[in-house]
Design a binder for this molecule. Structure first.
Ligand code: NAI
Length: 415
């Protein structure tokens, strides 16, 4: 690694960020190299505009996916994991999961190896972006989805396998429960530890970002000891660890006349199925949503459609010390290498990275500059299709348009 810069450190749970931090990046497969180049250029421009040379990102390329395999024979080399562990963050492009070759998804492996237990997906509509909603400007919330348990624990056995049959026997003999002999079987573990660390992060995020509510989304009416327990443990974290900063819905009406007091966060809960209605009518009811894995999986993608589709939806995978920032979408093999992909999701993932570093002045310039670019109808093909009279730009030209708009903005200015 021969890039000048310093490593970010974590001490007593806080990040210490030097003025020239080393930032590892994985280009990714498919459209990865195109959007990675575009995103890094935009992030550099935002940092330059916000701090005029006093701060600078020092990019370090690390390898995963096809590029890593060509160089080392390994899809996810040890050094890549070590670099992220050591440097604390990474900006990651999408990685292809080889189908039917016995490989685990590289993305899942990365999250598990680095114990990135919270998948954070902000869902925010930017002005100028086509949306199927009537009032898309009201969409502005952040989903915290548990990343290691529930269906992501990956515990299941095929119908007819010795394990599935043995499991059915065990259920019959020890628990008096009958399942059909030809059933495939999956196990859905949700623990107190896993739930509490996720909800803790969600509440801390809400407090740090001045968000007013954390909603626990669960299917506890049906699955009491997994989804229902998620709800119970969620309330417990709030009560035990944030007693002065959180209130419940009951307290909201009995003590605060229905108005959330300044500096406090309301903790409430909603059943998973009705959430899909509420995020549409009316979306302004939500700020931060904390949820087990599968609910969050569905909700994140459905909500991405409200704000322009997966090409627009950023994400972060956060552990206690390490954060990997990546778009929601995949490698888009159908458009790879054509310089037409929309780099917005990766650019916004980079803005989350800047925010994570505490470089908020630079982070805030990015959605503003993107919004200006969309309002000017300068967009990539995926959005041009939906916007009458749009100027259809290549990935590189779109990034240049965003950079122009960053340079024209004063830090803190809003469109
Ligand atoms: P995909 O997200 O790559 O593509 C779905 C559709 O959205 C395609 O029509 C594609 O052209 C379009 N699309 C995606 N990103 C776009 C962008 N930035 N700009 C414009 N259009 C965009 O999903 P798909 O096809 O299911 O997966 C392809 C590969 O990506 C698979 O190998 C899959 O495992 C991997 N994947 C990786 C992820 C990650 O690295 N986090 C996440 C999802 C999929």
């Amino acid at each position: 690694m021969n890039v000048t810069g310093e490593a970010i450190r974590v001490e007593d749970g806080s990040l210490h960020v030097p003025s020239q931090p080393l930032i590892p990046y994985i280009e990714g497969d498919g459209i990865g190299p195109e959007i990675s180049r575009a995103a890094r250029a935009v992030l550099d421009a935002a940092v330059e505009r916000a701090y005029g040379g006093a701060r600078r990102l020092r990019w370090v390329e690390i390898y995963a996916g096809e590029k890593a395999q060509k160089r080392t024979g390994d899809l996810l080399p040890r050094e890549t994991l070590e670099a992220i562990r050591e440097l604390k963050v990474a900006l990651k492009g999408p990685l292809a999961t080889p189908v039917g070759s016995g490989h685990r998804s590289l993305n899942v492996t990365l999250r598990q190896e680095l114990d990135l237990y919270a998948c954070v997906r902000p869902i925010r509509h930017l002005p100028g972006v086509p949306s199927p909603l009537q009032d898309p400007q009201d969409v502005d919330f952040v989903i915290f989805r548990e990343n290691t348990e529930d269906v992501y624990a990956g515990i299941e056995w095929e119908s007819g396998s010795p394990e599935a049959r043995r499991f059915a026997e065990l259920l019959r003999e020890h628990f008096g429960v009958e399942i059909r002999p030809d059933a495939g079987v999956g196990v859905k573990p949700i623990s107190e530890f896993g739930t509490k660390r996720l909800v803790r992060q969600a509440i801390a995020y809400a407090l740090r970002h001045g968000r007013k509510r954390v909603t626990l989304m669960h299917k506890g009416n049906i699955m009491k000891y997994t989804e229902g327990a998620f709800r119970k443990w969620g309330y417990e974290v709030a009560r035990e660890e944030f007693p002065d900063q959180t209130i419940t819905e009951e307290e909201l009406f009995s003590q605060y006349d229905g108005k959330i007091p300044e500096g406090k966060v309301l903790i409430n809960d909603r059943i998973a199925d009705i959430m899909f209605q509420h995020v549409i009518t009316p979306p302004r009811e939500f700020d931060v949503i904390a949820t087990p894995n599968l609910n969050g999986d569905y909700l994140s993608d459905a909500c991405a459609a409200q704000v322009g589709g997966v090409g627009m939806a950023p994400g972060a995978n956060l552990g206690d010390e390490v954060g990997v920032f990546e778009p929601t979408h995949g490698t888009a093999p159908d458009i790879a290498g054509k310089n037409v992909a929309n780099p917005t999701a990766l650019i916004l993932s980079g803005a989350l990275l800047l925010d994570h570093l505490g470089w908020t002045e630079a982070a805030e310039l990015i959605p503003e500059a993107l919004a200006r670019t969309f309002l000017q109808k300068r967009v990539t093909g995926d959005l041009a299709r939906l916007l009458e009279g749009a100027d259809r730009l290549s990935t590189d030209s779109f990034a240049q348009a965003v950079i122009e708009n960053i340079r024209a903005l004063s830090p803190g200015e809003e469109v």
